[in-house]
Design a binder for this molecule. Structure first.
Ligand SMILES: [Zn+2]
Length: 144
């Protein structure tokens, strides 16, 4: 429920009531969040039938304590996803030239393109990122 929202990294204090009471018609509830790789992926609300409104209210109080609780976090935006993709692309391997005829950079591992042109060929858009890491510029004098 929370993954892909700004709530995925928000602290939640588990609420448990009446769980120690074993009587069949006891009032009880359990509100907690589940994590996957450090992010909250679900809000879990359980309880006896009289507790539904309270369970939902606990969730809403928690969620709405963030003024923009329905906002999408930067890493879930297209730009954030593009940046994550760009940053995981490997360095050039320092051997062959990029397959783009006007490019002087070296291709990256497992590609015929440099990072920039690999990004553009796989994402089908202009690469908005600049190479900030070490880049080998082809001298035109390399041995073949
Ligand atoms: Zn290139």
């Amino acid at each position: 429920m929370a993954l892909g929202t700004i709530l995925e990294e928000k602290e939640f204090e588990t609420v448990r009531k009446g769980l120690e009471d074993a009587a069949p018609n006891a009032f009880w509830m359990n509100c907690e969040v589940r994590f996957h790789k450090g992010d909250i992926i679900a809000y879990i609300g359980q309880g006896d039938p009289t507790r539904l409104e309270e369970i939902l209210q606990i969730f809403l109080d928690w969620a709405k304590s963030e003024p923009d609780w329905l906002a999408v976090p930067p890493k879930a935006t297209q730009e954030g996803l593009d940046r994550m993709y760009w940053e995981q692309l490997p360095q050039d391997d320092g051997s062959l030239e990029c397959a783009d005829e006007f490019c002087q950079r070296h291709r990256i591992s497992f590609s015929v393109y440099c990072r920039k042109h690999h990004f553009e060929s796989t994402r089908h858009k202009i690469c908005p990122f600049e190479e900030t890491r070490r880049t080998t510029i082809h001298s035109g004098l390399s041995a073949v």
